[in-house]
Ligand binder design. Structure first.
Ligand code: ZN
Length: 336
């Protein structure tokens, strides 16, 4: 059974409320995708119902009947509302919401506490969300809501106001890296790249494709080399990434634009004193930090222009050349 990486303070608060027998009736777990919000919700429901002795002191046992049913998604008292992966729409249908509300009025089957897990809340369109409001405010005795949101700003204020909001922050990149190495047998260099690219979201770091990361790191080094060298290097790179027909180079050019955005973001992070840049360290990153803030703004605009131009231009090469030349000009104008 996978443990939860990080979020110790949040867990301490949530678990203490459970131990005291006074959990809030609705928690809203907020934070970026891949952070571990759903894992916390699942483990919370498991802990509340674990049949092992004193489960509140630690993580649930993961092996009792209740834990196993929750892990398998078959516990009759842990009700899930999530988008149906079989359907084209990513919305949680209002019928599903009504069905869950109906089930909360039944007696509990076996659980000490019944939970309704909604993942993510923003997948409920307004009518579905409105249908849930009354039960969310006053759930039947012994029933609690665990709501997961990647984008709480998109929720109805009436949903947010009925919940105790739990905001989850990023897990330190070093911890994500060490976890990938120790628990998932990842190679150190790839683990480091994945942890950085995930911005401290363990689930995201785990799902990133190592080969893609390696390729991206190579492309970044090429872009940095072209930006720091003679203009011919820029031309050569533009030619290289736009070989063949459009459908062949579209992905490569999109990756190059993202690499430039990574460099801009790292420049901002370094300039504003963030502890670690999100991509691997490189001596030239300091030059991007030197462009903060106006030069980096202009670079961002150049990336946006490149995206717009790609919609209308036939030649990817011209667009890539224009972008890299613009960024190179900013770097050249800034004293190292
Ligand atoms: Zn258990």
């Amino acid at each position: 059974m996978t443990g939860i990486l990080g979020h110790e303070r949040t867990r301490a608060t949530l678990w203490a409320a459970l131990k005291a027998g006074r959990p809030h009736h609705a928690y809203l777990l907020e934070g970026p995708r891949g952070l571990g919000k759903r894992l916390i919700a699942d483990r919370y429901a498991m802990t509340a119902n674990c049949l092992a002795e004193s489960p509140f002191e630690a993580l649930p046992c993961g092996t009792c009947t209740s834990c196993r049913q929750i892990l398998a998604g078959t516990h009759p008292d842990v009700l899930l509302l999530e988008p149906d992966t079989e359907r084209a729409s990513r919305a949680i249908p209002i019928e599903a919401v009504r069905e869950v509300i109906r089930k909360t009025t039944y007696h509990r089957f076996s659980a000490r506490r019944r939970f309704v897990i909604v993942d993510p809340v923003e997948a409920m369109l307004e009518p579905a969300a409105n249908a849930l409001l009354k039960t969310l405010e006053e759930p039947p005795d012994g029933t609690g809501f665990l709501l997961v949101s990647h984008n709480p700003a998109a929720l109805l204020p009436t949903i947010r106001s009925r919940c105790q909001r739990i905001r989850l922050g990023a897990v330190p990149v070093e911890r994500v890296r060490d976890w990938l190495i120790a628990d998932h047998g990842r190679d150190r260099e790839l683990a480091d790249a994945a942890a950085r690219a995930s911005l401290g979201c363990p689930g995201t770091a785990l799902s990133l494709d190592p080969e893609g990361l390696q390729k991206r790191a190579g492309l970044r080094d090429d872009v940095l080399a072209a930006l720091g060298g003679p203009l011919e290097g820029v031309m050569a790179l533009a030619v290289r990434v736009t070989q063949g027909a459009r459908q062949e180079w579209a992905t490569e050019v999109a990756a190059l634009l993202e690499v430039v955005e990574d460099l801009i973001r790292d420049g901002v992070l370094l300039a504003t004193g963030a502890r670690v840049p999100t991509t691997a360290p490189h001596p030239d990153l300091q030059r991007f930090a030197g462009l903060f803030p106006d030069g980096l703004d202009r670079c961002s605009r150049a990336v946006q222009d490149a995206r717009d131009d790609l919609e209308v231009y036939v030649s990817g090469r011209t667009v890539v050349e224009a972008l890299l030349t613009a960024v190179r000009r900013e770097l050249a104008a800034c004293p190292a």
